[in-house]
Design a protein around this ligand. Structure first.
Ligand SMILES: CC(C)(COP(=O)(O)OP(=O)(O)OC[C@H]1O[C@@H](n2cnc3c(N)ncnc32)[C@H](O)[C@@H]1OP(=O)(O)O)[C@@H](O)C(=O)NCCC(=O)NCCS
Length: 270
């Protein structure tokens, strides 16, 4: 199987790369325990993480999957953000530290929603539909450095990670134009909810529009949606080096949790 085929398989949602009959004995455990997704449109790099709602993978499961992917031509593996407990088996398998993340939690009943004044009054908010995704990805590409940028698959993953989700984008309001015509995203947020817990999955603002209150606007909008649906807390993670996002989140009532998260990498081939 070529790397391109592997990526195409995943894109078409036809199941894991490590399909039945391709793995040595015991591979069914790997299939149930691991999630494998092409990383940001780069077929030589794969995201390898614990399967959602699955059993915890062992170091042997992870090593087996890595070997199989290496044979398929994958050169580099990256994990999703994991707590130290989840990361243990990945370290044992051969992964190394890539990035440390802060995990922050906001208690939504403590947020003063009456004080949500919109600083940017020339900005509108709308629910992101299929035809807005390209515009939101353009914002993402401007806001994030290369390696961390979302592609369509990553955005889809973020939007389907929880049973319910809200995708919203901010756009400049241009008077005199027919509604809908001028809705070019300049910032967007993906928020998920599972039970009474909310997750701020992605937040990005076009650098040309940063520092004008759009980040605040989008997070407040997410809080409102979560509260309406009965969520009482919201979690977000951000790279320890992302001082700007940290300042924003703490400003909005998020508190750093003692236990942070890590993202790991494994360079299989130079
Ligand atoms: C983080 C990000 C979404 C903030 O968006 P924004 O529209 O600039 O945010 P706001 O204008 O609402 O700023 C809100 C608060 O954040 C903090 N903040 C904003 N810009 C800041 C800066 N340049 N330096 C320090 N703090 C800053 C301040 O506390 C500010 O409060 P204030 O208005 O009282 O000063 C934006 O910078 C971005 O897209 N960054 C790249 C992508 C990213 O890091 N996303 C989050 C990943 S988890």
């Amino acid at each position: 199987m070529t790397v391109e085929n592997a990526a195409a398989l995943q894109r078409a949602n036809e199941g894991p790369i490590l399909g039945k009959g391709r793995m040595p004995q015991g591979s069914w455990r790997t299939r149930r325990r691991l999630r494998i997704v092409p990383w940001r449109g780069d077929p030589s790099c794969m995201l390898l993480g614990p399967a959602r709602g699955g059993r915890r993978p062992t170091a042997a499961d992870i090593r087996r999957a890595a070997l199989e992917l290496e044979k398929a031509g994958v050169r580099r593996l990256v994990t999703p953000a994991m707590n130290r407990f989840e990361a243990e088996a990945f370290y044992q398998a051969g992964f190394a530290h890539l990035e440390a993340l802060h995990l922050l939690l906001c208690r939504l009943n403590r947020v003063d929603l009456s004080d949500l004044s919109v600083k940017a009054d020339s900005i509108g908010l709308a629910t992101g539909r299929r035809w807005h995704l390209d515009g939101m990805l353009d914002v993402d590409a401007k806001a994030f450095h290369g390696f961390w940028r979302f592609d369509h698959l990553a955005l889809k993953e973020a939007r389907t990670a929880t049973p319910s989700q809200l995708t919203r984008f901010a756009y400049p309001v241009r008077r005199g134009l027919a509604q809908g015509v001028a809705r070019r995203p300049v910032g967007y947020a993906v928020t998920g909810r599972a039970g009474n817990r909310g997750y701020l999955q992605r937040l990005a603002v076009d650098p040309d529009h940063q520092g004008q209150g759009l980040g605040t606007l989008l997070v407040h909008d997410a809080f409102r949606w979560l509260r309406r649906r009965g969520a009482d807390t919201c979690l977000v993670n951000t790279q320890e080096s992302n001082k700007r996002a940290l300042a924003l989140y703490e400003h909005l009532g998020f508190e750093r949790q003692n236990e942070g998260l890590v993202v790991l990498r494994w360079d299989l081939a130079p």
